[in-house]
Ligand binder design. Structure first.
Ligand code: NAP
Length: 297
């Protein structure tokens, strides 16, 4: 049977529609729009693109968008003061500090200042701890999107062997925790893993969260595996191309004959992240306004 291509764009479109409905209902009940604040420090071109997309998507969902663009040499205490002011601002339900921050800033110390109930990226120590303890919490958007896709496709994930390649704070670690919470048997692989092909060959579910183009080869995958490729890697431009292609961490063409289903890059996992961010902001807004959780989100 040919492999199923998992359509991240369609999944995101459905989720955005649900968020839009929840945003309208929220405005009626709370008497204000739900608000998402994004803080960008510096001129990193990729971050600027992400922040612009997030702002547009927030407005399109019927929420208020607050953008703070600070110069690259912003001192730590100024950034912390802004985060604290946003914590106190009752029109702001979610706060996202775009990473990476310029090197002179202490990223962990800044993140720790975000009020956990406004931490729509799920990366404060409190929310990371809540996730490990199995408590209801805000969870990092990309891994949450991955588990939502898997549950949408498969329903129950209990007992499945899952391998997460990558152990970052924003992606690999929360991904493994979410799969564990779904009763998968989870293995985390990383750059020191001794025999990655062997580890991957027993995986029913593979999540690639690495950032190395085509690292995972087709014949490393178990026949019938479900593969979520979170990698976003830009190749060098070929002659005649203005910019290089975006590819994933999995050798997609090689993987196709082996797998049951796979997310393409682009149009797979990456397409879901902003929709999940809006979903998190909506969940945070309901909590902050003392309203019951929005249905279906
Ligand atoms: P990261 O912080 O650089 O982490 C990369 C992880 O991959 C590390 O844990 C590293 O292991 C591991 N790794 C590196 N080389 C490896 C190898 N040869 N074999 C096995 N593991 C290896 O990256 P990230 O922020 O998690 O992002 C990972 C990828 O996902 C990137 O392409 C990024 O653009 C993408 N991403 C996508 C979204 C989205 O919306 N789809 C969101 C976030 C990130 P060590 O810990 O041992 O160094």
């Amino acid at each position: 049977m040919p492999a199923q291509l998992i359509d991240g764009k369609a999944f995101a479109a459905r989720l955005r529609e649900q968020v839009g409905e929840a945003a309208r209902a929220f405005e009626e009940k709370a008497g204000r729009k739900a608000g998402l604040a994004v803080v960008l420090v510096g001129e990193d071109p990729a971050s600027q693109v992400y922040v612009r997309s997030k702002g547009k998507a927030t407005l399109a969902a019927g929420m208020a968008s607050f953008e703070y663009r600070l110069p690259a040499d912003t001192p730590q205490d100024e950034l912390v003061a802004l985060v604290r002011a946003l914590n106190e601002d009752e029109t702001v339900d979610g706060i996202l500090v775009q990473l990476p921050l310029p090197r002179h800033l202490d990223e962990k110390a800044v993140i720790a200042q975000i009020a956990p109930d406004k931490d729509v990226d799920g990366i404060t120590p409190t929310n990371a701890g809540r996730l490990v303890l199995g408590m209801d919490t805000l969870v990092s958007c990309t891994p949450l999107g991955c588990v939502m896709i898997l549950k949408d496709m498969l329903g129950d994930l209990s007992g499945m062997d899952a391998v997460v390649v990558g152990r970052s704070i924003l992606f690999g670690k929360p991904m493994a925790q979410l799969l564990l919470a779904e009763n998968c048997t989870v293995t985390m692989a990383h750059s020191r893993t001794r025999d990655l092909p062997e580890v991957l060959r027993r995986a029913d579910i593979v999540v690639a969260a690495v950032g190395v183009p085509f690292l995972i080869k087709g014949d490393w995958l178990k026949p019938g595996a479900i593969v979520l490729d979170g990698g976003i890697n830009r190749l060098d431009a070929e002659p005649g191309e203005e910019r290089g292609r975006i590819v994933g961490d999995v050798a997609f063409d090689e993987a196709l004959p082996h797998v049951r289903a796979i997310t393409p890059v682009p149009g797979g996992v990456g397409a879901t992240t902003i929709a999940v961010l809006l979903r998190n902001a909506m969940v945070a807004a309901h909590r902050n306004a003392g309203l019951p959780a929005p249905e279906g989100l």
